[in-house]
Design a protein around this ligand. Structure first.
Ligand SMILES: Nc1ncnc2c1ncn2[C@@H]1O[C@H](COP(=O)(O)OP(=O)(O)O)[C@@H](O)[C@H]1O
Ligand SMILES: [Mg+2]
Length: 234
């Protein structure tokens, strides 16, 4: 689905990513874990086309998208749920969902997609007339994911979806991510809080100081002594 090849990305005068390469297999849940400041958000912003690389390439569905504008990447089926979720707090749950259906094909399938997200997230159906600001943190994160699904995507990126959520809510959210994958959506998640994602994702990368320092199936990563001590507190 996606190949990031030897990516160098700067932010201002700071070199943030130093030759990052990752692969996201179609149908997988892939994660990139790493501490605060490692460059996880920078990587996602480069994949969606907001931060162009100084060097390296992004290949999406076999096409070189390195210099493609963001809206074209969205048209090709990718969507990012940003850190902090980016909801319209003063609008209702349903208005937020409809705002995700801005592409032509997505508008045409709006009704079907709305039914689909309401069956994935029954709580959002119950609350569809409520303001986004009245939802709990977990419900807001679900709304942000559901809104992305309204864009008719097949590649979903999530930037620290567990941030600020209780472990039980994170576990529910990740159950839904698994259901989304069952529906044929490929998922790339970046996380600092790694306990749960390593049990959900198939393959994981560890990003530290702008470099990939480990890459392994997640069941192997969980067992790696350096991951246990640095990330799992074991
Ligand atoms: N808006 C910005 N302007 C300039 N530099 C930034 C900005 N945001 C982040 N950085 C730099 O990029 C580095 C990586 O940040 P980021 O990609 O947000 O890391 P992460 O998501 O892993 O916490 C930070 O250490 C910081 O130095
Ligand atoms: Mg970040």
């Amino acid at each position: 689905m996606l190949r990031v090849e030897d990516l160098y990305v700067d932010r201002g005068s700071i070199n943030v990513l130093h030759g990052v390469s990752i692969k996201v297999e179609k149908g997988s849940i892939t994660c990139v874990i790493g501490p605060n400041g490692a460059g996880k958000t920078t990587l996602l912003l480069s994949i969606v086309g907001i931060l162009p690389p100084r060097k390296g390439r992004n290949i999406f569905k076999g096409k070189d998208i390195t210099f493609l504008p963001s809206y074209k990447r969205v048209e090709m089926g990718m969507s990012l749920v940003p850190e902090g979720r980016g909801l319209f707090q003063g609008k209702t749950v349903e208005e937020n969902l409809l705002s995700g259906a801005f592409r032509k094909e997505a508008r045409l399938k709006c009704r079907d997609n709305l039914d689909r997200v309401y069956s994935l997230f029954p709580i959002l159906k119950e609350r569809r007339k409520q303001l986004a600001s009245s939802l709990s943190g977990g419900e807001q994160q679900m709304l942000a994911v559901a809104r992305a699904l309204m864009s008719n995507l097949d590649f979903l990126m999530l930037d620290e979806p567990s941030l600020g959520l209780a472990p039980i809510i994170v576990s529910k959210l990740y159950d839904t991510v698994k259901s989304i994958r069952e529906e044929g959506v490929t998922v790339l998640v970046v996380e600092q809080n790694v306990h749960q994602i390593l049990r959900v994702a198939d393959f994981g990368y560890v990003l530290e100081n702008g470099r990939i320092v480990h890459a392994d199936p997640c069941d192997k990563l969980i067992e790696a002594p350096e991951i246990k001590s640095a990330y799992l507190g074991l």
